[in-house]
Write a protein that binds this ligand. Structure first.
Ligand code: PLP
Length: 384
């Protein structure tokens, strides 16, 4: 057989599959792909351009430029009080995407279980399976999409090696207080479970300060912390992120990274240095705008009858479409055909979420206003 069993069994991303449809259509308002509608702030772009002008076109150290690792280390110390050694505990990667793949391949032995609270980001399950592990989804629906200590305990047995914990969460926007995180940490600690903490939206938390998982008492030695530049600095196309964790895990990940990737593009790394150096003001401005849009879209969705909890971070709304009687795939397909608004079916984030859709509010206020009118038309037509 030409294609391996593992790859044959893998489903293509429900987001991408849907958006191939959108590409061929005109005048669509796309609230689909999870990508900032801002361009990378100018100072960061300029740092990339300047690095090219200086002729910086070589490979870097496999782990990434030392000065970027040092900047990451300082940022995490200043922001969360967590100390990571730039030499041994930090690796610069091609986004969180690469880092997650490396980490799963580094820690998983065949048939180890990895817990994944769901709905969840599309890559976690397939990457776990590709690394030989067994994804175990924890449905969080009945608890307002929050992982509770009780629900977590229920899924733990001696085969569980790790958990992929993402907050603020894509697709629900749910986040956690220090107290809630501490309770989860206690359980993980008791069962010696590694926490793969995907905090890529950590800078986009609206109602309270984001708490980094490794900053919790005793958590750092069992936590792998993932972050990157894609979302908060509007740098998706630069493909740069970082991962911090215990030195043995980082060393294992670096081995795979050096054979597969070698290093992240030096231009992107130079731009990322500038992001950490001067980008905070731009991040705060973009965050203010997302927050304004959040108020608008959540109120608007609830007003037209699509019940939606208020997301605490990221830039997604995850409303229930149950009242319409349509399942999420039908809803998304018909909405696209009839009203030219693209949203993602909830089932892209887990089989159990056919009563939901994901709407990204990383789109202009004008787009959001028009999209709400169109969604309202779509629902009203069905009530008649
Ligand atoms: N993790 C989450 C939760 C995401 O939503 C995304 C992108 O949508 C990623 C990781 C991938 O990010 P990156 O661009 O850093 O690879």
């Amino acid at each position: 057989m030409l294609i391996s069993k593992k790859v044959q069994e893998m489903q293509p991303s429900g987001i991408r599959a849907f958006f191939d449809l959108v590409l061929g259509m005109k005048d669509v308002i796309s609230l689909g792909v999870g990508e900032p509608d801002f361009v990378t702030p100018w100072a960061i772009r300029e740092a990339g351009i300047s690095s090219l002008e200086q002729g910086l076109t070589s490979y870097t150290s496999n782990k990434g430029l030392y000065k970027l690792r040092l900047s990451v280390s300082r940022y995490l110390k200043n922001r969360f009080g967590v100390e990571y050694c730039p030499d041994e505990e930090i690796l610069i990667t091609v986004g969180v995407s690469e880092a997650m793949d490396l980490c799963l391949r580094t820690i998983i032995n065949t048939n180890d279980k990895i817990l994944i609270p769901s709905p969840c980001y599309v890559s976690y399950g397939p990457l776990t399976a590709l690394a030989g592990g067994l994804p175990v989804y924890i449905d969080t629906q009945k608890d307002g999409f929050k992982l509770t200590p009780k629900n977590l305990e229920k899924h733990i047995d001696n085969k569980v090696k790790g958990i992929i914990f993402n907050y603020p969460c894509n697709p629900t926007g749910v986040s956690y207080s220090r107290k809630e995180l501490s309770e989860i940490n206690k359980i993980l600690s008791k069962h010696k479970i590694i926490c793969l903490s995907d905090e890529i939206y950590g800078d986009l938390t609206y109602d309270f300060e984001h708490v980094a998982f490794p900053s919790l008492t005793g958590a750092k030695e069992r936590t792998v912390y993932f972050n990157g530049f894609s979302k908060s600095y509007a740098m998706t196309g630069w493909r740069v992120g970082y991962v911090c964790g215990p030195k043995d895990i980082i060393a294992g990940m670096t081995k795979i990274h050096q054979y597969t990737i070698m290093c992240v593009s030096i231009t992107s790394q130079m731009a990322a240095c500038e992001a950490l150096h001067s980008g905070k003001k731009s991040v705060d401005e973009m965050k203010r705008e997302y927050r304004r849009r959040r108020e608008f879209i959540i109120d608007g969705l609830n007003d037209i009858g699509l019940t939606c909890h208020k997301p605490q971070g990221a830039f997604y709304a995850f409303p229930s479409i149950k009242k319409t009687g349509l399942n999420s795939l039908d809803f998304a397909q018909k909405l696209l055909q009839e009203e030219k608004v693209a949203v993602v079916p909830g089932t892209a984030f887990g089989d159990d979420f056919k009563d939901y859709i994901r709407i990204s509010y990383a789109s202009s206020m004008d787009n959001l206003k028009e999209a709400l009118v169109r969604i309202n038309n779509f629902i009203s037509k069905r009530k008649r």
